[in-house]
Design a protein around this ligand. Structure first.
Ligand code: E4P
Length: 218
């Protein structure tokens, strides 16, 4: 399972990538806005930190505009992945870009049928939003499971399921059980995944006992 980090904060990206556990980065217009940074220079800097795919989202809503923006974004670095909304225009742009060998991430996916369309359009990744579905009383992890099942039924569909809108460690657990190929998570959730009180308690006890031996290893 790949882990992407979902933020536009350079410090957080650097810190998360230093763990060696991060395979890529995702951004969206809201995250770019909260970074306060110039979009293109932000993406350039992220691409220098992460050698994995860096999702940068188009702002146009028509296919032609999306393709123009995709050209600008792709020129920033070879690891830019073009993020497109799951609309008719977005999927038309996705088909064209994937035919041209450009990596794409189709975002704002809320149904298995939408995910099937994204795969037909040749998307590299499809991003179902787990948290936003849970917010309206639906099951985000059930959607991940449905999409994985459908894609598994048709091995010619190569799109990877990228679980997005992850709001807590339980979402990570749920989407891992559901078979998501990738999950993109806010940095604070990556940190939470390390934590267990019994790890802290056990380590403290080992350290206490070790002191009694009076030994040092190096
Ligand atoms: C995914 O690509 C999105 O950037 C993100 O995961 C959305 O998360 P949110 O629903 O918490 O805003």
């Amino acid at each position: 399972m790949k882990f992407f980090i979902d933020t536009g904060d350079i410090k957080e990206i650097r810190e998360a990538c230093e763990t060696g556990l991060v395979d890529g980065v995702t951004t969206n217009p809201s995250l770019v806005a909260s970074s306060g940074r110039d979009f293109k220079s932000l993406i350039k800097e992220i691409c220098e930190i992460s050698s994995g795919p860096v999702s940068a989202e188009v702002l146009a809503t028509d296919t032609e505009g999306m393709l123009k923006e995709a050209k600008v974004l792709s020129a920033i670095a070879p690891n830019v992945c073009i993020k497109l909304p799951l609309t008719v225009d977005g999927l038309k742009a996705c088909k064209k870009l994937s035919d041209d060998g450009i990596a794409t991430n189709v975002t704002l996916c809320f149904s298995a049928l939408q995910a099937l369309l994204a795969a037909k359009a040749g998307a590299t990744y499809v991003s179902p939003f787990v948290g936003r579905l849970d917010d309206i009383g639906e099951s985000g992890s059930a959607l991940i499971s449905d999409i994985v099942t459908i894609y598994d039924n048709y091995p010619n569909l190569k799109t990877q399921v990228l679980a997005a809108s992850i709001r807590g460690p339980k979402h990570m657990l749920d989407v891992a059980f559901a078979g998501a190929h990738v999950a993109t998570l806010p940095p604070k959730i990556l940190k939470q995944m390390y934590q267990h009180p019994l790890t802290d308690k056990g380590l403290a006890a080992f350290m206490e006992d070790w002191k009694k031996t009076g030994q040092s290893l190096v």
